[in-house]
Design a protein around this ligand. Structure first.
Ligand code: FAD
Length: 424
């Protein structure tokens, strides 16, 4: 299905035609709505990946087009445009494998669905292991994935070196013993994702209102009735919070607390070099992952800064730690200059897994707790959030993501690390 949108469908023919006309006739990719209307059936708070994906799925799958996406800034400048673009479905728990594999399948047809070039690149994701115990853990994970029909392979040292010559197998601290490869994993151009969803949702009648901050949530007799915004009050039958690192602030506006902390997560990109790394690599002995962008820069990141913050900037100690891990794994990196560094604000849930759920307030829904892995989940996150909002009940695939799991002691132990927030 090709969406047309205000700008009409994109195609090679159209590109040639517009080039002949001096590129003066392109129209904006989505309708810019200056002010929200007084009332909508559904208000989605947050114009990031999950908010826009939810709005599009509401319109496309459920025929609910009386929807507004309210975004406090320009769309796509939150985490959806700040991440390191990695997609994969190499999880361990069957429930998680099913959810993330559905997302990966949606990525595989994303460009055809939206008629938008998002540079979906299934170049493979390689997780390295450095001890026998870690190899056994990966073997278990690989078996769990295969049982669910998802691709993955265990590689020995030689195969790792053939795939990524840059890796120093015998680095003195944590020699590489092998790797766990999902060939269908890879990267997607992150900026293109909110643009594509905005264009497709707008074409179906969804209002996308930028520079419209939600400052309050109206609740009457235990049910949501609308939101207060910097552009006035907007009434709504249903409200969905898709605000990632701001989830706890919005929940507070509605009168409840979430098991979520906000932390900064940094990313880095080097100067452009010739192609030298054609898969995503994750270091198993430190928090470090790296890929090469199509422009040639090496894009990498590590762990969250270890303190709560809503500031979209990181601190030097973590930058140093990430760079040290990178140099241990790939000493050649030390020859490159880092051109840019930035950060996003992560909604770290207390078991490291997302929340797609009803809330203590009637008709108020939550999509959050993505930690630092919510980009890959954008297609399925929107799909299942829209299903929840449209039907009022969770789809079986996301039943385990309910908020109530924290109260009931049913937290998700994807890493087998036990019920300790710090371990996730
Ligand atoms: C450096 C970094 C690297 C990452 N790498 C990866 C990766 O490789 N793979 C992966 O899967 N994930 C990755 N992530 C995580 C991923 O980017 C996030 O989990 C995901 O983008 C969060 O969902 P979102 O896109 O909806 O969030 P966002 O894009 O942050 O959307 C939330 C939106 O809500 C808006 N908002 C907030 N408060 C209000 C308000 N009061 N009113 C109106 N609007 C509001 C914000 O402005 C924002 O636009 C990374 C994140 C970072 C920062």
């Amino acid at each position: 299905m090709m969406s047309s949108g205000p700008a009409g469908p994109y195609s090679a023919l159209r590109l040639a035609w517009e080039a002949l006309r001096g590129h003066r006739h392109w129209r904006p990719a989505w309708r810019s709505v200056a002010r929200p209307r007084d009332a909508y059936r559904v208000v989605v708070v947050g114009g990031g990946g999950h908010g826009l994906s939810t709005a599009w799925h509401l319109a496309a799958e459920h025929g609910i087009t009386d929807v507004a996406v309210l975004e406090k800034g320009p769309i796509g400048l939150g985490n959806v445009g700040r991440n390191t673009t990695i997609i994969r479905s190499n999880y361990f728990m069957p429930e998680n494998i099913r959810f993330y594999e559905h997302s990966l399948k949606l990525w595989e047809r994303f460009e055809q669905t939206h008629g938008f070039n998002a540079m979906v690149s299934q170049r493979g994701t390689l997780n390295l292991f450095h001890s026998d115990g870690q190899r056994d853990q990966f073997a278990r994970r690989a078996n769990a994935m295969r049982i669910e029909g998802v691709d993955c392979e265990l590689l020995d040292r030689d195969a790792v070196k053939r795939l990524v010559p840059l890796i120093e197998l015998d680095n003195t601290r944590y020699p590489v013993l092998g790797g766990f490869l999902q060939r269908r994993g890879g990267t997607v151009r992150h900026d293109a994702v909110p643009w594509a969803y905005a264009r497709s949702a707008s074409a179906r009648g969804v209002d996308i209102v930028e520079h419209c901050e939600v400052t309050g949530i109206r609740v009457e007799a235990g049910r949501v009735t609308g939101v207060e915004t910097t552009r006035g009050t907007v009434r709504a039958e249903k409200v969905v919070l898709c605000v990632a690192g701001h989830s706890s602030r919005l929940a507070e506006m509605a009168g409840f607390r979430l098991p979520i902390e906000t932390h900064a997560l940094q990313a880095f990109v080097t100067e452009a070099v010739k192609p030298c790394l054609d898969c995503v690599v994750t270091y198993g002995a430190g928090h470090f992952y790296i890929s090469q962008s199509d422009k040639g820069g090496l894009v990498f990141g590590g762990a969250i800064d270890g303190h709560n913050s809503y500031a979209q900037r990181g601190q030097l100690p973590m930058a140093e730690e990430v760079l040290a891990a990178g140099k241990t794994l790939m000493p050649a990196l030390s020859r490159l200059r880092v051109l840019r560094q930035w950060a996003g604000v992560m909604d770290m849930s207390m078991d490291g897994n997302p929340i797609i759920s009803t809330t203590p307030v009637g008709n108020l829904y939550l999509n959050g707790g993505w930690c630092y892995g919510g980009f890959k989940a954008v297609p399925a996150g929107g799909f299942y959030t829209a299903h929840l909002v449209a039907t009022g009940a969770p789809h079986p695939v996301i039943a385990h993501f309910a908020l109530s799991r924290f109260r009931e002691g049913r937290t998700i132990d994807e890493r087998g690390a036990g019920p300790y927030p710090w371990a996730h």
